[in-house]
Design a protein around this ligand. Sequence first.
Ligand SMILES: C[S@@+](CC[C@H](N)C(=O)[O-])C[C@H]1O[C@@H](n2cnc3c(N)ncnc32)[C@H](O)[C@@H]1O
Length: 283
Amino acid sequence: MSPQQIAEYLKQSRSIRGWFWPAAAYLFGLIEDHQHRSGVAGDFFEIGAFHGKSTLLLAHMARNRGQTLGVCDLFGADDEAHALAGGGFYPTFHSNLSDAFDSLDFLRVFIKPSNRLTPTDTTLDCRFFHIDGDHEAESVASDLAVAASAVNERGVVIVDDIYNFAWPGVAEGFFRFMTNQPGELSPIAMGFNKLVLCRPAARALYESLFDDAAAPWRFVPRGPTSLKTLDLCGWKTRVFHVPSYRSPDPLRTTLTMLYQHAPRLSDRVSRLVRYHARAGAAS
Ligand SMILES: C[S@@+](CC[C@H](N)C(=O)[O-])C[C@H]1O[C@@H](n2cnc3c(N)ncnc32)[C@H](O)[C@@H]1O
């Protein structure tokens, strides 16, 4: 998908509840566009759809390229029968997707826990596999094992919330998978809450995306974001990040620096800021 198509998707998905940052959508677009230009084909799959915010982007990608999209979620229901009878949030997911397309014949939905997915469900020919289901370490490691089997030789696996302090199990699950199944997947890029992995043999394909320093910024909005290269699990990984001196939240950055250098003074400043915020809200 082009950056323009991603922008249209962002408008279309604005009213869908979920957890999918616009910058992450552009990162997905960057990877998918590179795959397409490089002749990488295959299916799309997502574990963890909620109301379908990220699913809608994958749906556009799959349909545009004539591929299938598989989705696995329990949708807050007891089981498949309950979801299909209107339980949980499956009806919301379904209407968000059906509002966007004339036909959903490219979509296959598996209403079950991800640890019950079979190779027939996922196919063994995925080029894009998004993991955003249960965030406990055991589930993340298990979802990564499912994805590692499902993804084809040149596909990618993308993991959500990799370094979100609110979900430490995701990083634990990732490192557990890397220890238990070494050499199956390797980190290639990270940013905007996502970690992108590919097979070691496919690294050159994705490295070439970053050979042209301007290429990522044709998709990813630059703003205060920088790109650096660091080792993760021994693999060279491109890291999209906002340096603290360019933080979009100067007040928080200043308070953090103050706290590190003068904790007592910082407490007083924080109290003052909170007092003025409350006074402002009350007036
Ligand atoms: C963070 S939400 C997904 C957000 C979504 N990708 C978006 O763009 O908004 C996590 C989803 O994972 C689902 N989930 C949790 N545990 C699961 C499991 N074991 N198997 C499949 N789905 C699961 C939840 O029902 C929920 O819809």
